[in-house]
Design a protein around this ligand. Structure first.
Ligand SMILES: C[S@@+](CC[C@H](N)C(=O)[O-])C[C@H]1O[C@@H](n2cnc3c(N)ncnc32)[C@H](O)[C@@H]1O
Length: 301
């Protein structure tokens, strides 16, 4: 992975850890309990993989079985985990989407005129990139190879799926430098934003497909939605679409879908040979004016 990608991932993780965590008690308790259950239910004789292990803020490593390994592209994640939990687990520092290197190369290609190697005008580069992105099909080859080689009994995905799109956006913005790649007028279509959203959807779906075929017990936790509404917000009964999961009377939602339209529960439920054992969700007050709808799913082969 390039230095730019390492830098961006470190920046995202630092921003995450630097937030005021005063109101996170409930969320942290729930996420640690969920992942801890995954650790305790795992076969101690088989490898276990923690994807998006980060610094271990959400991961109760003291409960982890002996063959547990971490996976996180942030180069500081393993050291931070050791500092927090005194656990020096084997670690993989790879991109879990398998698509970020190609994305980065494509952004550079779009920014550069082929003959002169000069920077294109940012508007023209954004249009060119929007045209190139549909040909990219991220595939988590390194993850698939790890699974093939280690045959893990359990995989935990600790809040990383919602980061795929965030990191991809940060990558595009960093490459464009001071010129914004996005359409400034919210009333007008933004072909680049749409193409990147579609890339994110493909990355999430490909990642899920590899997990679903792994033969492992899956414990997945992820942001289902990021809601910016102020005031009271309560969850109603489960509904197929996450937008329908809030209590009746909720004002129109100002929200973003970090999974770019991929419904993890539906994706797993439609897989033959995989059954949903448990599903739960809650609201996490991450910061003023920013609440996340968090979904935690346990699926078994
Ligand atoms: C919201 S944080 C989760 C925090 C973590 N579970 C913890 O307990 O500290 C998301 C993590 O996913 C990692 N991540 C994001 N995109 C990734 C990718 N494409 N490949 C590997 N790791 C990624 C980030 O580096 C970060 O540590």
């Amino acid at each position: 992975m390039s230095k730019l990608m390492f830098r961006l991932l470190r920046r995202e993780q630092r921003a995450f850890l630097a937030r005021d965590r005063g109101a996170w008690g409930d969320h942290l308790g729930r996420v640690r309990a969920f992942l801890g259950e995954g650790f305790l239910a795992a076969d101690p004789a088989r490898p276990l993989l923690v994807l998006g292990a980060g610094s271990g803020l959400e991961v109760p490593w003291t409960l982890a079985p002996p063959l547990a390994e971490g996976w996180d592209a942030d180069p500081w994640s393993r050291v931070r985990t050791w500092l927090r939990h005194l656990r020096w687990a084997p670690w993989t520092f790879e991109d879990a989407t398998g698509g970020l290197a190609d994305l980065e190369a494509t952004v550079r290609r779009a920014l550069e005129e082929p003959w002169s190697h000069r920077h294109r005008d940012p508007r023209a580069a954004a249009r060119r990139l929007a045209g190139l992105l549909p040909s990219l099909h991220p595939h988590p080859a390194a993850l698939a190879a790890w699974i093939e080689g280690h045959r893990p009994g359990t995989i935990l995905a600790a809040n990383l799926m919602g980061q795929f799109g965030v990191v991809a956006e940060a990558l595009v913005e960093a490459a464009f430098g001071k010129a914004s790649p996005w359409e400034g007028d919210p009333e007008r279509p933004d072909p680049l934003a749409e193409a990147l959203e579609a890339w994110t959807a493909r990355a999430v779906a490909a990642f899920l497909a590899v997990l679903a075929q792994s033969g492992a017990d899956l414990w997945l936790i992820h942001d289902r939605a990021v809601v910016f509404n102020g005031g009271c917000l309560e969850l109603g009964p489960w509904a197929d679409a996450w937008t329908g999961q809030f209590r009746a009377g909720t004002p129109p939602l100002e929200a973003r879908d970090p999974l770019a339209g991929v419904d993890v529960l539906a994706e797993l439920a439609r897989r033959p040979g995989l059954r949903i054992e448990a599903k739960t969700r809650w609201l996490w007050d991450l910061a003023p004016g920013q609440r996340h709808l968090v979904e935690a799913l346990h699926a078994r082969p």
